[in-house]
Design a protein around this ligand. Structure first.
Ligand code: HEM
Length: 123
């Protein structure tokens, strides 16, 4: 992040013709302790096809993820933004059922989902 903020080609840089209002992302960009242990928030679409979950794939089921949010344990590093939800077993099942409704086939043409010929993973 420090690199982006110092970059003369960023939104506020001398080579940019963007207005000051167009560069709000830079205003909110953070680095240091505040973002220690932070991860990009993933999409919750099509969760039935995207396990294992979390940045290391350390949770195999959605139920495990929801228990994690329900208990909101302390982070090993940094801090945990979430607080224990205190949901009942029934509410956890309802939340899981709701998340499963966020499903839809991809609109993307199949050819864009295949790795380029010659790259690792291509046939
Ligand atoms: C009850 C509310 C929430 C539910 C049901 C929920 C659900 C989920 C699920 C299912 C995942 C795993 C997605 C995957 O790996 O593909 C996830 C990851 C994540 N969620 Fe949430 N989430 C909730 C609240 C929040 C909040 C409030 C924040 C931010 C403050 C947040 C930030 C994140 C982040 C950063 C990850 C990625 C973590 C990692 O990669 O280890 N979530 N969430």
């Amino acid at each position: 992040m420090r690199q982006v903020l110092a970059d003369p080609f960023n939104c506020r840089g001398e080579f940019s013709d963007a207005s000051e209002q167009a560069c709000a992302e830079l205003e909110f960009a953070r680095s240091g302790y505040e973002v220690l242990g932070a991860f990009r928030t993933p999409s919750l679409r099509n969760l039935q096809h995207t396990q294992p979950y979390m940045h290391k794939g350390q949770m195999f089921t959605l139920a495990e993820v929801l228990v994690h949010y329900n208990e909101a344990p302390l982070s090993m590093i940094g801090h945990n933004e979430s607080k224990p939800l205190g949901l009942s077993a029934l509410e956890l099942m309802q939340l899981e059922a709701f998340l499963m409704t966020l499903a839809a086939p991809l609109e993307t043409d199949e050819k864009w989902l295949r790795p380029p010929v010659g790259s690792p993973g291509s046939l």
